[in-house]
Design a protein around this ligand. Structure first.
Ligand code: ATP
Length: 308
């Protein structure tokens, strides 16, 4: 599938001399839901800002839906909708007015039928005449999304869309975002809720200290890095693993008390039965065992962990 956003050699050094983005190369595919994950200060907002024309790149190029974001700023900007982290809405306007006005800002002719469709999709239709300040936080967030979509962009950035939103509303937002994706909008999401990325993303990108660590299909990432482990607490400590077991994915703890067996989370054959038989053959007995499975969260934490 052709890319809708193409980023080449992007660098951003702030006036302070801080290098927030270091030679980023990234392709976002048309129609995908891409989750950008990274710890605080990794460069997510800077990267989104650069694509949206809010941050001037120091070097490199960005093409958004066929338009270079520097040379061709206006057409590029009309392709993009941005829902920023902070709730910033025109408190005294009605929902209808604020969304219609946003559309006008992008030079699009008024289209009441489109605005109606948008408000209905976002479950805001019955609030269309309400002043924004009278709405709940979750509703205000929907208004922000409606504003970002008012000019019919093909790319939507959601920066922490569910921060501070309760569990039920979060589920509703996920539903809504999925609906937008199905309607053909490419969505780039930043989130601190790894569960959100696990639930929704087609692909995941991890950024750390201004560098893209990896970009991977979610399922592939989970299959590649997701591991299951079985931890056996031994009856009596072992000094070392018997040579016959040295080829197994087994690790003996430093105190000789536990054995950890790692196996492929995706595989049908775990090999646990055979392992237990072999341990028995070698007279290795255990008191208890427990298993664990890595979630996207474990994978993420492992990836971005800073060296001690
Ligand atoms: N205007 C600026 N001048 C100097 N440094 C900046 C500026 N804006 C951001 N930075 C620095 O650039 C780095 C990346 O910031 P950015 O806001 O892009 O991170 P982030 O990944 O969005 O973080 P968070 O998850 O906390 O929102 C941080 O170290 C930040 O302090």
């Amino acid at each position: 599938m052709p890319s809708i956003i193409s980023i080449r050699g992007l660098n951003k050094t702030y006036a302070s001399g801080f290098e927030a983005l270091k030679h980023i190369d990234l392709e976002i595919e048309r129609g995908e839901l891409f989750a950008l994950l990274g710890p605080n200060g990794a460069g997510k907002t800077t990267l989104i800002g650069a694509i949206c024309g809010l941050v001037t790149p120091t070097r490199g190029s960005i093409v958004a839906d066929g338009h270079d974001i520097i040379r061709d700023f206006r057409p590029a900007r009309t392709k993009i909708g941005l829902v920023p982290q902070e709730l910033a809405t025109d408190a005294f306007e009605t929902v209808w007015a604020t969304v219609s006005f946003s559309r006008g800002l992008f030079g699009k002719p008024a289209d009441p039928a489109y605005v109606e469709k948008l408000l209905r999709t976002l479950s805001l239709w019955d609030k269309k005449d309400a002043k924004v300040m009278t709405l709940s936080g979750g509703m205000k967030r929907r208004v922000m999304i409606a504003k970002a979509l008012s000019h019919e962009p093909s790319i939507l950035f959601l920066d922490e869309p569910t921060a501070g939103v309760d569990v039920e509303l979060r589920r509703d937002m996920w539903e809504m975002v999925r609906g937008l994706r199905e309607s053909g909008v490419t969505i780039i999401l930043t989130t601190h809720y790894i569960e959100e990325a696990e639930e929704m993303a087609d692909r995941i990108g991890v950024i750390r200290r201004g560098e893209i660590l990896l970009v991977e299909d979610k399922a592939t990432l989970m299959a590649k890095l997701g591991k299951k482990q079985l931890v056996l607490h031994l009856q009596s400590p072992l000094e070392q693993l018997p040579g016959a077991l040295s080829g197994e994915p087994l690790e003996l703890s430093a105190d000789g008390q536990t054995l950890t067996y790692t196996f492929d989370a995706q595989s049908e054959q775990t090999g646990i039965g055979a392992l237990l038989r072999r341990l028995n053959e070698h007279g290795i007995d255990f008191k208890s065992l427990q298993s664990s499975e890595s979630s996207l969260e474990d994978i993420f934490v492992g990836l971005v962990r800073e060296p001690a």
